[in-house]
Write a protein that binds this ligand. Sequence first.
Ligand code: SF4
Length: 492
Amino acid sequence: MKIYIRGLDDHRFQRPLELLAQLFFEDCNVSLDEIEDADLEIQFHLDEPKKAVSGELGKDIQSTTTYVEGKDEKESFKFKKKAVNFVFLTLLQDHTKIEQKWGILTGIRPTKLLHTKLKNGMTKEMAHNELRNDYLIHEEKIQLMQSIVDRQLKVIPDLYNLENEVSIYIGIPYCPTKCAYCTFPAYAIQGKQGAVDSFLYGLHYEMEKVGEFLKERGINITTIYYGGGTPTSITAEEMDLLYAKMHESFPNMKNVREITVEAGRPDTITPEKLDVLNKWNIDRISINPQSYIQETLKAIGRHHTVDETITKFHLAREMGMNNINMDLIIGLPGEGLKEFQYTLDETKELMPESLTVHTLSFKRASEMTQNKQKYKVADREEVQQMMNEATVWTEKHNYHPYYLYRQKNILGNLENIGYAVDGQESLYNILIMEEEQTIIGLGCGASSKFVHPGTRQITRFANAKDPKSYNDGYEHYTNAKIKILDELFSKK
Ligand code: SF4
């Protein structure tokens, strides 16, 4: 699908319009320059003196809105862009008869937008009116955002005042095998012991140096999260040494509010590793079924069985793990409402403390996207029905939504939602989504997000994604992060 936009010269409009168009059409390009083979043409009119934007799609579909002047050119353009997006969305909704429940929002953190409005002193009513009228967000999504924001503030009452602490993300880039939908840094671990040893050496180094800096500056850690890959792919002994290093290097470990270790792939879980997790008081683990249909797991290359998920869940329970998260994915290849309902029924047998319900997204680099024709997925309507089913099911079983994020190319323009029973929400997941404090990423594929304690400006820094580059450059990554941290925490 090619869309030609007349009447907009500023190319800063192009990318946001393209993101919106992609909510309606697969493989869609938007051009502000004339193209001959356009499938759709949209005429825009910008009336600068009146601060009005209007648009036409064919003879019958029109839309108009206005915007206000900002305090400088940057802000004025932001308001104008929002008005252009508003007109574009309403024209496409009218043309396709598809309603976008997230309105013109294409970003990944809708709840951050609501937090910001409330923090700036708006009442809930004023904030909701803006979301409804300026962003065209549907009421059900506004209510979802509000209930998540309320829960986050209940779970972390000092959420808006954690800027002088940090959280730590530790990336372990290995998995038993690589899943077809995966774009995480995940390398099959078999036969790579040499590389794993070097990787862990570099990771220990990063922990030690960053820990030293935090101790010197008296900076406390709020949460620690081990992700990847699958952090339980390494041996029990390696895990033991790693957590010992964490306790030795990081400041005031007794003040850390939560430590999570993703044990995502059930095929990596052993009694020895659970012993190690217990020994170091890991608060929370994830065991991820994704689906309870064996053929689906095979189709997406997860190479473990449904039985194994169930057995390892029970083993973890018996060995004292009392905060277990499970990830499910809506819309996996070959699955519809019936299969998802079955997965929910199976979940009921286990009742983990939290449940993260993802909607499948076709990430550009995944094997699944590159061979899309091989994978048959449910249509928009059925995906929506499955999401509705998840909402009803979680409500019925006393799970509350507590964080939410969206992704590009996600089926049905839906979202990923984390649910938890009362008091078992993951604090790290809230902190990473709402960007209220610095998250320092250590290890392979780990991104750091530095939030300036005063201005809240965000700076990002990424460690290498592949173990070889990480092993060659871990000292550089460590020094670069400490330099940013040094500037950040001295400029308060
Ligand atoms: S287990 Fe998770 S991180 Fe590993 S390959 Fe599969 S999706 Fe990727």
